[in-house]
Write a protein that binds this ligand. Structure first.
Ligand code: SAM
Length: 478
């Protein structure tokens, strides 16, 4: 059954947009814009353009973004399983472009699931600095973890916390914070008609109140001179101009930075902000579905002009963190006068695997072991004690009796030439691998990195010319 637009929404948008309303409603009748963002951690967009089976059209405002036809079904292609791109509608790509992420920065994505913008941030960090991807809803953590894993991010921490607890814990220590706020989702009406049924004026008001609470906490996490992006995928002024106007009125040392009005981006509308309207609001942008090839977004870039000190929780190099004697004492035990490292056997198992199976090596001082699971901590790591941490850095694998089992996350974080033993499958063979099939292949026994056209998909273990399939059962294609 076709879902109709809520009458109260239609009435509001007519009142807001006037003569432009007809074009807006006509756009909502068209098919949604589909896009993909190429993963710069794995390949350059020019390379992807050479290997892609689909017609691509560059998204002018996103360095790695392309529009792709709905009929392409890029989510059902082995290149997707290899993390060569992330499916994201084009207007959502503009949010991280505004955040000005550069390698080495410390970035917090406060509402990160399922990970569209977090993966984009990880791409811009290019392995340097730190991404803390937080999601308060436990049920949304799994897809966030899987998406960051497929992306091959090595320097990401995933937390499952409330904004308040993060702000209390970290204080003002992040160079960049993204608040892609939970909203009434009017920009999803085309892509997900079910969103129309959930919409009501009361829902908009409830979202607005929640957004103000989260925005206040987000601001507490931004370092002096740092940047905060607030974004929504809804058109309601209560959730956009009015939130930013209220925030600016209550936080006089913060200001809006201009986001260029190119490519059909429109200025935000001060006249929709009510009593607190300020001309400064035109520095924020609105992406309308009748003006750009995208579903619609609101984006405001805020600068923290507060002169207080950066939080004392500023992030420490993880090597220093790991050498901290008192921590070893807490984690391990003492035998005579010697500190016993309970992770020593797991580290050794990893190092044997690394020597035998990889052509690259990871810094030993950044290894960390929890219950036989070995992790590579990001070079910068905050004190995470007391927080609900889901993933702290790159999971390398598990030490088992007499062997080391590499993780799927490691396979996806490796580049094609970083493993000693590789098998490159054709597209058809890759689909069979993704379904969990075992296959014959001659070569030395041991771990083999399986790829599609060379791009890692997962692990196999070769024994006597047969490769056992280690593609995770939960991810297998049906
Ligand atoms: N940034 C994500 C992406 O690009 O894939 C999308 C984020 S979605 C628009 C908003 C997120 O906010 C949801 O994952 C939702 O669970 C989370 N959320 C809901 N209530 C929240 C709250 N009170 N504080 C923080 N986040 C909340």
């Amino acid at each position: 059954m076709e879902s109709v637009l809520p009458p109260a929404f239609v009435e509001r948008m007519h009142a807001l947009l006037g003569a432009e309303a007809d074009a807006f409603f006509a756009a909502l009748e068209r098919s949604p814009a589909l896009g993909l963002r190429v993963n710069p951690l794995k390949l350059r967009p020019e390379r992807f353009e050479r290997i892609t089976p689909w017609a691509l059209e560059p998204v002018p405002w996103a360095l790695f973004g392309f529009r792709v036809a709905e009929s392409a079904r890029p989510g059902k292609h082995p290149y997707h399983a290899a993390g060569l791109y992330y499916l994201q509608e084009p207007s959502a790509m503009a949010v991280v472009e505004a955040l000005d992420v550069r390698p080495g920065l410390q970035v917090l994505d406060l509402a990160a699931a399922p990970g569209g913008k977090a993966t984009q941030i990880a791409g811009y960090l290019n392995g340097e600095g730190l991404l803390v991807a937080n999601e308060v809803e436990s049920s949304r953590i799994k897809p966030l973890g899987e998406n960051l894993e497929r992306w091959g991010a090595r320097n990401a921490v995933i937390t499952n916390e409330t904004p308040e607890r993060l702000a209390d814990h970290f204080g003002a220590c992040f160079d960049r914070v993204l608040l892609d706020a939970p909203c009434s989702g009017e920009g999803m009406f085309r892509k997900n008609p079910g969103a129309r049924d959930e919409w009501s004026v009361e829902h908009v008001a409830g979202c607005a109140a929640r957004q103000s609470r989260i925005l206040d906490q987000a601001a507490r996490l931004v370092a002096p001179d740092g940047l905060l992006v607030y974004s929504t995928c809804t058109f309601a002024p209560e959730e956009n101009e009015q939130r930013i106007a209220t925030f600016l009125a209550e936080h006089p040392q913060w200001s809006l930075i201009e986001i260029p009005k190119r490519h059909g981006f429109a200025a935000a509308r001060p006249e929709w902000a009510g009593d607190l309207a300020t001309p400064e609001l035109t520095r924020a942008v609105r992406l309308w579905p009748h003006r750009v090839a995208g579903e619609g977004h609101f984006i405001a870039l805020l600068h923290n002009g507060v002169r207080s000190e950066r939080s004392e929780r500023s992030l420490l190099p993880s090597a220093g963190f790991d050498r901290d004697e008192s921590r070893h004492q807490k984690r391990g035990g003492r035998r005579g006068d010697r500190v016993v490292d309970p992770g020593a056997a797991a580290r050794t198992a990893w190092q044997t695997f690394e020597r035998e199976s990889l052509t690259t090596s990871f810094p030993t001082e950044r290894l960390s072991v929890h219950n036989d699971q070995v992790y590579l901590m990001p070079a910068l790591l905050p004190d995470l004690s007391g927080l609900r941490v889901v993933r702290s850095g790159l999971w390398l694998g598990t030490a088992k009796p007499g062997r080391f089992e590499p993780s799927h996350a490691l396979a996806l974080a490796l580049l094609p030439d970083e493993a000693r033993h590789t098998i490159s499958l054709t597209l058809d063979e890759a689909e069979r691998y993704l379904r969990g099939e075992t296959f014959a292949n001659n070569g030395p026994d041991g771990w083999v990195l399986i790829g599609v056209d060379g791009w890692p998909l997962g692990w196999g273990r070769r024994v006597g010319g047969v490769v056992k399939n280690f593609y995770p059962k939960g991810l297998r294609w049906m």
